[in-house]
Design a protein around this ligand. Structure first.
Ligand code: PLP
Length: 440
């Protein structure tokens, strides 16, 4: 047999490298090391019983055949109603295409709305599948950045607005963002929408964390003027209903786009699992689900507050409070310097902390290629799968380890100090902490 060659397009396909961190942590655990797992955004909270019971019921009832590629009508209707009532924009069932998870919306949306060579603006750091799919499907991936203001993370609107060119055809926007947990306020949503309208681009509004916003009422960019007709919402059951492994989501957008996405469904998976769709219908329509979502949000809020507080007691670590989702991005620029890892080598820092303390996390590098001139160094802690005891133990282990690197005079560490003031004067004078508007 001659040389076997795989398709060259595969060179452009990325993956979720967070799973290799999980494998590494598992391998250490199997050798008896205590691991504190903050790497993957999966839940230790089970799918609520009423949804599980519904799935069993529909299996017994024989909802096990092929069904409509667009999804079962009652689920599409329920989704249209849910989006209409929570986003403040009217949708009907023909604007809904059921998907095997939210993730599949990304590639299908790009296949329908992006031509070869089109520029696509996407957040970086951001959910890694955006970059992977843009490159794989022949687009030009143009990342937009966030900035560290010294006490919070913000979208760098100034830079964002300058990225649009005549070749820009698509914007991927993820309000309630992974990994920063960042929430755009109303004025920013209006500005982003105005830019999208002005440049006449398609928009993917990734709303995976819409139900997990800690303060205030969540807002969708589709409610801004001129947005409904150019936007596709990525909806998922994964986070709101603790259904990550069920693989159920939807694309919601203009009828002509949805009709093409339905055609892709029939070419790819034929349809989403029949009985899972019916369980999703129960998830959306049962009052018990509201109780579940509220209790998940409360649990996550307790974890978030504890984690941010405790991480800020770790020498060299600076954490801001995320507004939504279940991730804390931690500025470890100082910590890397303290342990002697050079800036840019986040992977060595991750491995060192994992090996020394058992605390397992992803780094900025797991969320898209770093941008030119990026100086602040971040790691991401996911707190969806860890209870408060794990948070206490993990942060105590981190603190003990990092205290070894404090200058002698600051070893009696005052936890009430601000995160920035907690290191010795020597470190502060070195000016190693890059914040104050630095692009990340
Ligand atoms: N979008 C974002 C921002 C995410 O973080 C995730 C999963 O973590 C998804 C989409 C996809 O989720 P799923 O495929 O489970 O619906």
């Amino acid at each position: 047999m001659g040389e076997r060659k795989l398709a060259s397009r595969l060179d452009r396909l990325g993956t979720e490298t967070a799973y290799s961190v999980a494998a590494e942590a598992r391998a250490l655990a199997s050798k008896g090391k205590t691991i504190y797992p903050f790497h993957i955004g999966d839940f230790d909270i089970k799918t609520p019983p009423h949804i599980i019971e519904a799935a069993k019921h529909y299996l017994d009832e024989g909802k096990t055949g092929y069904c409509d590629a667009a999804g079962i009508p009652c689920l599409r209707e329920a989704l249209a109603e849910e989006i209409t009532s929570t986003r403040g924009v009217t949708y009907d069932k023909d604007e809904v295409s059921v998907q095997p998870g939210g993730k599949s919306v990304i590639g299908k949306f790009l296949q329908v709305c992006m031509e070869d060579g089109d520029e696509v603006l996407y957040p970086s750091p951001g959910y890694p599948i955006y970059e992977s799919q843009i490159n794989f499907l022949g687009g030009v991936a143009v990342p937009y950045a966030f900035k560290d203001t010294g006490n919070s993370i913000e979208l760098d609107m100034d830079k964002f607005s300058k990225l649009f060119t005549p070749q820009t055809k698509v914007v991927i926007f993820n309000n309630y963002q992974n990994p920063f947990g960042y929430a755009s306020h109303e004025t920013e949503l209006r500005e982003i929408a105005a830019l999208c309208v002005k440049h006449n681009v398609w928009v993917l509004s990734d709303e995976a964390y819409f139900d997990l916003v800690f303060d205030g009422t969540p807002k969708s960019i589709v409610a801004q003027p001129g947005m409904k007709e150019r936007s596709v919402i990525l909806y998922t059951f994964s986070k709101s209903f603790s259904m990550t492994g069920w693989r159920l989501g939807a694309a919601i957008g203009p009828k002509d786009v949805i009709a093409q996405i339905n055609k892709l469904n029939s070419n790819q998976e034929a349809c989403t699992n029949h009985f899972v769709q019916f369980a999703g219908y129960t998830a959306l329509t049962s009052p018990l689900s509201i109780v579940h979502i509220n209790s998940v949000r409360d649990t996550l809020l307790r974890r978030r507050n504890l984690l941010v507080e405790k991480l800020n007691e770790v020498p060299g670590f600076t954490a801001y409070t995320p507004a939504a989702a279940f991730y804390v991005m931690v500025n470890v620029t100082k910590a890397m310097e303290m342990v002697g890892v050079k800036r840019g080598d986040l992977e060595s820092f991750r491995k060192k902390i994992l090996g020394e303390t058992g605390v397992s996390f992803c780094t900025r590098e797991h969320f898209g290629a770093p941008l030119d001139g990026e100086r602040v160094q971040y790691v991401r802690f996911a707190f969806s799968g860890v209870d408060t005891k794990v948070i206490e133990d993990a942060t105590a282990a981190l603190k003990t380890f990092m205290q070894n690197f404090l200058a002698p005079e600051s070893k009696c560490f005052d936890a009430t100090n601000s995160a920035h003031a907690k290191l010795s004067g020597a470190f502060e004078r070195d000016g190693l902490l890059v914040s104050g508007g630095a692009t990340v």
